[in-house]
Design a protein around this ligand. Structure first.
Ligand SMILES: *Cc1c(COP(=O)(O)O)cnc(C)c1O
Length: 417
C-alpha cells in the first residue's frame, strides 16, 4: 500500500484545478440544470474562500450523481469527479487490494447506505439470475453487526439471520451458525448474503471469514460476501497484515467504509465498493435524464464530500496515516495494560482502538461521567471506550485513577487478592 503525501499548498491547488474543470454556474450559459451554487445571501463570496479549497467546492455545489467508475456520468462536474475516482482507487486498490480498475463504487451518504446498497445489489442478482423470490433470500451476520443490516433486510424484504457470539471473545459461535442456517434452509431460504464486520461498532471485533464460509457452504451454493468496514476500514488495514476481509480474498465481493468515523471527514462520507460485474444489478434505467444513468441508492450527492476524504488522505499519505493509527493503537494498549494490572475484565481486538469494559467492573456513574457508551442502554453488559484523536492521555489517566479509587472503595480489588 502506498500513496504519497502532498503539501497543503499542492492539495489546495489540485482541488481548485478540479473545480475549474467543472461547469461554473456563475459564468456559463446554463439554462437547463436543476442545480446551482449555494444560496448567495447566506453563503456569500468572501476573500478567504480563495484559500479555502473545500469550502469553495461546497459553495460551488457540484453534484456527483451516478457511479463514475462504471461510466463517465454527468459531464458537468468532471474535474471533481476525477478526484472522487482517485479516492476510490486508493480505497479499492491500495487499502483493500482490488486488482487495477476491477471495481465499482461511489461516495455514499454513510455506512448505512453502503450496507443497504450491497444487500440491494445481491438481492437483485438472485432475482435476475436465479429467478429468486425475495422470501428465498437471507442475510446472515453476527449479533454484534451494525443495526443497518436489519434496516436493509426490512426495506428489501429479505430475511435477517442473526448468529450468537461467544460472550468473551465476540467470535461467531459456529454451532449457532449451523443451527440458524439449517433453520433458514429448511424454511425455504435458498440464497444467502454473508455480512461480515471489520470492526464492530461496540467491540471493534473482526469476523473470521474462513470458518464462517466453510459452514455457510454446507447449506448454500449461492452466496455473496459483503464486508462492513464502516468503522474499521481506515484502521485495521493499517494496523494488521491480515488480508482475509479485503479484495485479496476472492470470496469478498463488496466493502463498506466510512470516512466520517475514523478519518475525521464531515458526515456524508461513506464509501461503497464492489467487484466489477455486480453494480449492473442496481442500475435504474428509468433514470433517463441522468447522463450515464444511476446505480446508487441516494441519487444526488455532494461532490464536496468526496473531495473532503481525498484531501485528508493526501494530507497524510499512506505512511503518515499508518503512523497515526499506530499511535492510537498504542494509546489503546496503554489502557488495556492498566486494566490488566487492575484485573479488570474487558474485550479488545489488539489491532483496534476500542475497549469494551465488562459492566460488572465499573459503576454506571463512572461510565457516564466519562461518556462511555453502553452496548445496550436497557441492560448494559459492556461500556466502551473509543480512543479517537480527541482522547487525551490526561483524560485516560484521570479515568483510570477514578476507576482504581472506585474499585478500592468497593473492595473489588481486595476481593481478588
Ligand atoms: C457507523 C457504522 C455503520 C453505519 O454507518 P453510518 O455512517 O452511521 O450510516 C455501519 N456499520 C458499522 C460497523 C458502523 O460502525
Amino acid at each position: 500500500m502506498y500513496w504519497g503525501k502532498l503539501s497543503t499548498e499542492t492539495v489546495k491547488e489540485k482541488v481548485f484545478d478540479a473545480l475549474n474543470k467543472n461547469l461554473n454556474y456563475a459564468t456559463e450559459p446554463i439554462l437547463g440544470l436543476p442545480g446551482t451554487y449555494l444560496d448567495r445571501e447566506q453563503f456569500y463570496d468572501s476573500p478567504f474562500l480563495k484559500e479555502a479549497a473545500y469550502l469553495s467546492v461546497l459553495m460551488n455545489n457540484p453534484n456527483h450523481i451516478g457511479c463514475h467508475t462504471y461510466n463517465q456520468g454527468e459531464k458537468y462536474f468532471l474535474g471533481t469527479q476525477q478526484l472522487e475516482l482517485d479516492l476510490l482507487r486508493i480505497c479499492a486498490e491500495e487499502i483493500f487490494g482490488a486488482p487495477k480498475l476491477q471495481y465499482d463504487g461511489y461516495v455514499a451518504p454513510g455506512g448505512t447506505e453502503a450496507n443497504i446498497q450491497a444487500q440491494w445489489m445481491y438481492r437483485n442478482y438472485f432475482v435476475q439470475k436465479n429467478n429468486a423470490k425475495f422470501s428465498e433470500i437471507g442475510v446472515v451476520f453476527s449479533e454484534d453487526a451494525h443495526y443497518s443490516v436489519y434496516k436493509g433486510a426490512n426495506l428489501l424484504g429479505i430475511r435477517p439471520i442473526a448468529v450468537k457470539v461467544n460472550h468473551d471473545d465476540r467470535q461467531i459461535l459456529l454451532d449457532d451458525l449451523h443451527t440458524q442456517l439449517k433453520i433458514a434452509h429448511d424454511d425455504g431460504i435458498k440464497y444467502l448474503v454473508v455480512h461480515l464486520s471489520m470492526g464492530t461498532t461496540i467491540f471493534g471485533s473482526v469476523d473470521e471469514p474462513n470458518s464462517f464460509l466453510e459452514v455457510a457452504k454446507q447449506y448454500f451454493k449461492e452466496y455473496f460476501v459483503h464486508v462492513d468496514a464502516a468503522f474499521g476500514g481506515f484502521i485495521y488495514p493499517f494496523s494488521s497484515s491480515n488480508k482475509d476481509l479485503t479484495f485479496q480474498n476472492p470470496e469478498i465481493s463488496s466493502i463498506t467504509i466510512d470516512g466520517h468515523k475514523m478519518l475525521q471527514s464531515p458526515y456524508g462520507t461513506g464509501i461503497f465498493l464492489c467487484r466489477k460485474g455486480l453494480i449492473e444489478n442496481v442500475q435504474t434505467p428509468e433514470a433517463a435524464y441522468v447522463y450515464g444513468s444511476d446505480f446508487t441508492l441516494c441519487g444526488s450527492r455532494s461532490g464536496a464530500n468526496a473531495i473532503s476524504i481525498w484531501m485528508i488522505l493526501m494530507t497524510h499519505g499512506s505512511v503518515g496515516w499508518t503512523e497515526s493509527i499506530h499511535d492510537l493503537v498504542e494509546r489503546t494498549n496503554y489502557i488495556s495494560n492498566a486494566l490488566d494490572i487492575m484485573e479488570v475484565k474487558y474485550y479488545r481486538n489488539p489491532y483496534m482502538n476500542i475497549i469494551a469494559i465488562d459492566a460488572n467492573e465499573v459503576s454506571e456513574e463512572l461510565a457516564k461521567r466519562y461518556f462511555l457508551v453502553a452496548d445496550n442502554y436497557n441492560n448494559p453488559q459492556w461500556w466502551k471506550i473509543v480512543v479517537m484523536v480527541h482522547v487525551k492521555q490526561e483524560t485516560l489517566d484521570e479515568f483510570l485513577e477514578d476507576l482504581k479509587k472506585e474499585r478500592k472503595e468497593s473492595g473489588l480489588l481486595a476481593k481478588k487478592h
